[in-house]
Design a protein around this ligand. Structure first.
Ligand SMILES: Cc1cc2nc3c(=O)[nH]c(=O)nc-3n(C[C@H](O)[C@H](O)[C@H](O)COP(=O)(O)O)c2cc1C
Length: 388
C-alpha cells in the first residue's frame, strides 16, 4: 500500500513476478490491447501515451485513446506533458474514466516530445518532474476524495461521471536510466522521494534512443536502490519472450517486466501455454482487423496495416502475403486475402468427405468456391502458400 492510498493498489495485488504490455504510441491502442488480453492475458497493460495538453483542450483523439474495455484490466492510462497544471486536470479525467492507475511518461526521447520539455527531457529537469508528480497526485486526490472537479476536467467529462463511484488511483512513472549518461542513483532518489507506486525503467538513456542494448545491470542497481521503499521496480528493454522476462527478474531482482516490441504480431507472448500455428496466427490477424474496424472505424484502417504486416512473418509465403496485407483497406479485404489459405486447408478435409458421399461437404465446397470468386473479383489473388 502506498502512502496516498487507503486501499491497496492493483500494483500490490499483481502476481510476482508480473509481465505486462509496455505502452507503444500508435500500437497499443484499444483493439491491440483487447487482442492481447484475449490471447496473451498480460498481468497489466498501459495505454499509448496521451498528451495532457490535448486532453485538457478536449481534443477528441486524446479522449478516444483513453477508451478501454473491462477485459483490459488492470489498465493504466499513460500521459505526458510539461505543464504541471495540465497534469492536475488530466489526473481527474483519468480517475473519472475508471482506469486502474495513472502513469507519467518521463522516458520518450522523440524530438517532438523531449524537444518540448516532456518525456525523457524531464530527467534533466528534476524540479519540473517533481512538480508534475505532485500536481498529478493532487488531481487524483481531488477525484478520490469526492471534491468538485476542476472546471477544465468537468468541461471535458460527460455529465454521467457525476454518478461514478470514486476511488484512489496509484501513480507510477515510466522513464529511462539517464539523459545523456547513466545517472540512476540521482534520478531514482528524486523519483522515490515522491513515493510512486511503481517505476518502470527502460534500460537506455535518452541519448541512446533505441540504439545499443538495454542495460539490465543498471536496472538491477535501481531495484537495489528501491528495495524497502514500497515502490515497485519494473524492468524494460529488449525482452524477447516470457521466459526471457522471468530470467531478467531472477537476474536483477525487479518486481516485474514490461514487454514492448516483442509483442508486435505476437500478442500471445505473455501466455507461455499458448501455442499457435500459421493458420491460427492468421485467424487472430483477421479477428484483430475486425475489432479494429469496429472500434476505430474503416476510415482509420490504415492504422491496422502495420499489425497485419507483423502477423505475416516466419512461415512459407509470408512475404508475398505481407505485401498484400499491408495494402488492405478494410477487414473484409483481409478476410478475402486469407480465404485461399483456409480454402486450401478446409478443401482437403471436405474433399475427403465428398469422396465419402457427405452432402454437407458439397455445400461447404460451394461456399468456398464463392469466397474464391470474391478474391478474384477484387483482384487480390496471388501466390499464397499454406505452411507445410
Ligand atoms: C513505436 C513505439 C512507441 C512507443 N511509445 C511509447 C509510449 O507511448 N509510452 C512509453 O512510455 N513508451 C513508449 N515506447 C517505449 C516502449 O514502451 C519500451 O520502453 C521500449 O520499446 C523498450 O522496450 P522493448 O524492447 O520491450 O520494446 C514506445 C516504443 C516504440 C517502439
Amino acid at each position: 500500500m502506498d502512502d496516498h492510498q487507503s486501499q491497496p493498489s492493483f500494483w500490490t495485488k499483481l502476481p510476482r513476478p508480473f509481465v505486462g504490455l509496455a505502452p507503444m504510441d500508435g500500437i497499443t491502442d484499444a483493439p491491440f490491447r483487447q487482442i492481447t488480453a484475449r490471447y496473451g492475458r498480460p498481468d497489466l497493460m498501459m495505454t499509448e501515451f496521451v498528451s495532457v495538453e490535448a486532453l485538457c483542450r478536449g481534443i477528441p483523439n486524446a479522449l478516444l485513446d483513453l477508451t478501454f474495455d473491462e477485459i483490459e484490466r488492470p489498465i493504466v492510462a499513460q500521459i505526458y506533458g510539461a505543464e504541471p497544471e495540465d497534469f492536475f486536470h488530466a489526473a481527474q479525467i483519468v480517475g473519472a474514466l475508471k482506469f486502474d492507475g495513472l502513469d507519467i511518461n518521463m522516458g520518450c526521447p522523440a524530438k517532438g516530445v523531449a524537444g518540448r520539455g516532456c518525456g525523457a527531457a524531464l530527467i534533466n529537469d528534476p524540479g519540473r518532474a517533481v512538480a508534475i508528480l505532485r500536481a498529478a497526485r493532487q488531481g487524483l486526490d481531488v477525484w478520490a476524495e469526492g471534491e468538485a472537479l476542476s472546471d477544465v476536467a468537468a468541461s471535458i467529462l460527460p455529465l454521467s461521471v457525476g454518478f461514478t463511484p470514486r476511488r484512489s488511483l496509484p501513480l507510477s512513472v515510466k522513464t529511462r536510466i539517464g539523459y545523456d549518461h547513466v545517472q540512476i542513483r540521482k534520478w531514482m532518489n528524486i523519483l522515490l522521494s515522491e513515493r510512486p507506486a511503481a517505476i518502470t525503467l527502460h534500460g537506455r538513456t535518452l541519448k541512446q534512443g533505441y540504439g545499443g542494448a538495454a542495460c539490465w545491470e543498471t536496472i538491477a542497481e535501481a531495484a537495489e536502490i528501491a528495495r524497502g521503499t514500497g515502490t515497485l521496480i519494473v524492468g524494460n528493454g529488449d525482452v524477447a519472450s516470457h521466459e526471457d522476462a522471468l530470467n531478467r527478474v531472477r537476474e536483477t531482482g525487479v518486481d516485474g517486466v514490461l514487454i514492448g516490441r516483442a509483442a508486435l504480431g505476437r500478442p500471445w507472448i505473455f501466455n507461455p501455454a499458448f501455442c499457435t500455428d500459421t493458420q491460427q496466427t492468421l485467424q487472430i490477424a483477421l479477428e484483430h482487423a475486425r475489432l479494429f474496424e469496429v472500434l476505430r472505424g474503416m476510415r482509420r484502417f490504415a492504422g491496422m496495416r502495420k499489425h497485419l504486416g507483423w502477423y505475416c512473418r516466419g512461415f512459407s509465403g509470408a512475404s508475398a502475403l505481407r505485401a498484400q496485407m499491408v495494402r488492405a483497406t478494410h477487414a473484409r479485404e483481409v478476410e478475402c486475402l486469407l480465404a485461399p489459405l483456409q480454402w486450401a486447408e478446409v478443401m482437403t478435409s471436405s474433399q475427403a468427405l465428398v469422396q465419402q458421399g457427405h452432402p454437407e461437404a458439397l455445400a461447404e465446397e460451394y461456399r468456398l468456391s464463392h469466397i474464391m470468386t470474391d478474391v478474384q473479383k477484387i483482384g487480390l489473388s496471388g501466390t499464397l502458400f499454406v505452411e507445410g
